[in-house]
Design a protein around this ligand. Sequence first.
Ligand code: FES
Ligand SMILES: [Fe+2]
Length: 452
Amino acid sequence: MANAPLVNGLDDSNRIDLVKLPEPDVSGKPVTGERYYSSDFMQQEWDHIWTKTWLIAGLEEQLPEAGDRITCEIGKESILCTRDNEGKIRAFYNVCQHRGNRLVHEESGNGRNLACNYHGWKFKLDGELAFVPDHKNFLEGNPCGKLRLKELPCTVFAGFIWYSMDEDVMSLEEYLGPVYSQINTYDLSRMKRTHWVTIEGDFNWKIVQDNFNESYHLPFVHIGAHHVMEQSYKHCQMDIFEKEGHARMIMPGAKPTVGLRGDFDTTKELLKEEFEFWGLDPETFREDPQSMRKAMQKIKREQGAERGFDYSGMHDEQLTDHFHYTIFPNLSLSLKPDGCIFLKATPHPTDPSKCYFDTWFLMWFPDNATEYYAAAMEDMVDLDVKVPHIAGKVREVSCGPVIDDDVRVWSTQQTGLISKGYTGSYMADQEKRVQFFHEEVDRYIAKGEAKG
Ligand code: FES
Ligand SMILES: [Fe+2]
């Protein structure tokens, strides 16, 4: 396919800023254990973070037709998203306005209206109450046309359905700041979800976000990752978007870490399919494994369009490297031009020592490249993944390779954080994003409490 359409209409002039950002100051105050198990702290987070920020309910591709709906749980709330008859995607609190029954009980479905199973009230897809039994029996008058579902700010961006429980929330573009245009250079809306697991984890949600805010753990938790990507902080770039509270890390990929000695065969084996797809023989890089990355960038740039990939609007670095964004409060997106690992931690309704953790793989399948994915990802590719998805308790189900390694540590860290023997963190400079994240949590709480 020659002349593939530009990603989101972008060209060279839209390329993302790769310049390292100035480091923000952090107080360095130790991150203490009770933040991970205190019910009071959990309530403060609910009042001042979860109900004030932009969050993700699902993917636009889940609601292709009018009448489609999904629900998503967040803490004690359930959020209902619909596509109405005008094609607009809307978000509501999932609660009947009669006497408060939960309105929709399924994770996904389709129908011309939203019917409550208690007394039969029916709401339109745009939230308006359309039918009540015995409407003449209401002394205050027929509630139809008068009552509506409580609607939330909602927008679709990068293929995700975003909502906020703050009716005065700033626009999503302002909220994401530079991250908005940066993730927009990846055509996420063109990607398909091929893997979706939700687990109930026995750890606080911040443990998840902490973990994705540092790569210090990689050599110990993900033994082997250093064969295919750079993991030393000395060769990765870490940035904090101070004003917005988000962060990014750029980890060079398609090559072994600089310090790797003597095990080129593992690198060769792990990168074999991708290199062969692009017509490169990994063996030819034995003497200079570091040159693999540039060679891959070059061939992707040269042959991308004819193989159905669109790299316009992207730097060469984006063709091989892992651009990892942590979006406040609870999202991590690990981006490659042809795929994204999406990770989301959601608070438990009542227990601060638990959370729900979602792993999604999103992939872009140009028509003639599916074989490459099938070979590279094997059984991780399911082109028909839908709700209900794989769900279960931690350790009963697998989130997928690599992520399972993280999950094991989160469980054991939670048990340590409650110990009297733990008095607070002592962090390295490369863990600054973790420190910053906690200070951002505190800033949200302080700001919310000051408003009263
Ligand atoms: S609570 Fe929904 S119809 Fe009564
Ligand atoms: Fe990890």
